[in-house]
Ligand binder design. Structure first.
Ligand code: GLU
Length: 477
């Protein structure tokens, strides 16, 4: 099994799914070998940091390699000699048609694409000649796809495609097949967009077998269903959140992400979709993968992540949230996501005490900082709209705050139960339900209307700070 991404700048969720399905198949087989091959022969798409991005995203997902990573560009000599071998054996021919000539003749021939003008002209190699594959004019090529069954391509509709550019660059189809043959790849598992390449690659594979006399069995093909967005359109690089790294940086758990990816076109047996990795590996079958497009549902992924977060032990939750809450303690930190507090403002002990309140309420680690900022910041960030709604423009809210200050000052014990009971009584006196009477207190103390449970938070924040914030809110209006 091999995963053969081209560096594109970020690690597309579709690539992550292809990598995962290859990895599943490799891990099911005691002899299975999982290879990473970076298809970096396109010089424009060959930035080192993009390649690094692929390594780090794969490592994050836990997709360990048995061999590699390999660089396709390291194998140029083999691609080039494959091309020369195929040319000598008559499978490829030189073509000196210019772009302008091709444009002029477009649509006149029987074959779509290149019209075969140079096929029998015996063009010699020159500085502007490309090498084209002599596609059979008769018959069909059948791709035996493990997911889709037999897909038939009429050979006459496949044009004599370019294999080597005039610049000498060996194009994707042959580079890919040469490497797959050399590595004795048994399965080519990749996205549906490559289905149309499969007949060309099969032709090249078989031509190589014949030209070399080395009968390498053709790989088995499996083309995974397209990923679509909510509008059932192909995921758009610009409009849809398709970069795997951004999920990592937002604080999704790799195990949740892997579990979710597994559901894109496949599902485990039984009703439960949240299943351990070992079960995914055991149950996964390419033949059970669907051919219809799979909806990449960020809401579902986020929900699933929340479930995984809640299933962590408290210690693990605390430890794994470090890159988002205390990045200075962690080897890895997410990009563009500094917590709103400085190291000297953060209190690890306090965080450990509030973590269980947070664990119940967040869907990603990235949601934690804004939810608990009020514990660590003296300059409270106040959500002005909420403040206006429940305090500034609400006389009842202000009455409640005033009485809360008085009543809380007198509390013998500053604990969640006493604070709860006091608020309940205050609210009743003003004719407010508990939810209503909590709102101005929460807003005054935390700056927002959403957050961890209020009374536990007040208890942990302490009498002095809580009262000071209640008074400050009254002074603000
Ligand atoms: N480099 C190709 C891509 O990234 C790989 C196609 C294949 O797996 O054969 O789409």
């Amino acid at each position: 099994m091999r995963f053969a991404p081209s560096p594109t700048g970020y690690f597309h969720v579709g690539s992550a799914r292809s990598a995962l399905f290859n990895w599943f198949v490799a891990r099911q087989d005691p002899e299975g070998v999982f290879i990473l091959r970076i298809e970096d022969t396109d010089a424009e798409r060959n930035r080192e940091e993009w390649v690094e991005g692929i390594y780090s995203a794969m490592a994050w997902l836990g997709l360990n390699l048995d061999e590699g990573p390999f660089r396709q560009s390291d194998n140029f000599a083999a691609h080039d000699s494959a091309a020369q071998l195929l040319r000598r054996a008559g499978y490829l021919y030189y073509c000196d048609c210019t772009f302008a000539e091709l444009e002029e003749r477009k649509g006149l021939g029987a074959t779509p694409g290149y019209d075969g003008f140079c096929r029998e002209r015996g063009v010699e190699r020159g500085p502007t000649t490309a090498l084209r594959f002599r596609t059979p004019r008769e018959g069909v090529t059948i791709v035996r796809d493990l997911i889709r069954g037999d897909v038939e391509f009429i050979n006459n509709l496949i044009d004599d495609f370019v294999v080597v550019k005039s610049s000498g660059v060996v194009l994707y189809a042959l580079a890919n097949v040469t490497d797959d043959r050399l590595d004795r790849i048994t399965h080519v598992i990749r996205g549906e967009e490559h289905l149309a390449n499969a007949p060309k690659q099969m032709m090249l594979w078989e031509a190589m077998n014949a030209a070399t006399g080395d009968e390498v069995p053709l790989a088995l093909y499996a083309h995974l269903p397209l990923l679509v967005n909510e509008q059932r359109k192909k995921l758009s690089k610009r409009k849809d959140p398709v970069a795997t790294e951004s999920y990592r940086d937002q604080g999704y758990l790799p195990e949740a992400f892997v579990n979710y990816l597994a559901l894109l076109g496949w599902s485990p047996r039984g009703d439960e979709e949240i299943v351990p990795l070992s079960t995914l590996i055991e149950q996964f079958r390419l033949s059970d993968v669907s051919h219809s497009p799979a909806f990449f549902d960020v809401k579902k992924l986020t929900h699933m992540n929340g479930e995984y977060l809640r299933a962590l032990s408290l210690d693990e939750f605390i430890e794994r949230s470090a890159p988002w809450v205390a990045p200075w303690t962690s080897a890895w930190r997410p990009s563009d996501r500094e917590p709103p507090w400085r190291e000297d403002q953060f209190d690890q002990h306090l965080f450990a005490l509030i973590a269980h309140l947070v664990q119940e309420r967040v869907a990603t680690f990235g949601e934690i900082p804004s939810m608990v900022a009020f514990f660590f910041l003296d300059e409270l960030p106040i959500d002005e709209a909420s403040f206006a709604k429940v305090i500034a423009n609400d006389p009842l809210g202000r009455d409640l705050l005033r009485s809360a200050v008085q009543r809380f000052e007198l509390l013998a014990s500053w604990d969640a139960v006493s604070l709860h009971d006091a608020t309940l009584t205050l609210g009743e006196e003003l004719g407010l339900a508990l939810r209503k009477s909590q709102a101005p207190i929460r807003c005054a103390v935390t700056g927002s209307l959403v957050g961890p449970p209020l009374f536990e938070s007040l208890e942990l924040l302490g009498r002095e700070k809580s009262l000071a914030r209640l008074r400050a809110a009254l002074e603000r209006v």
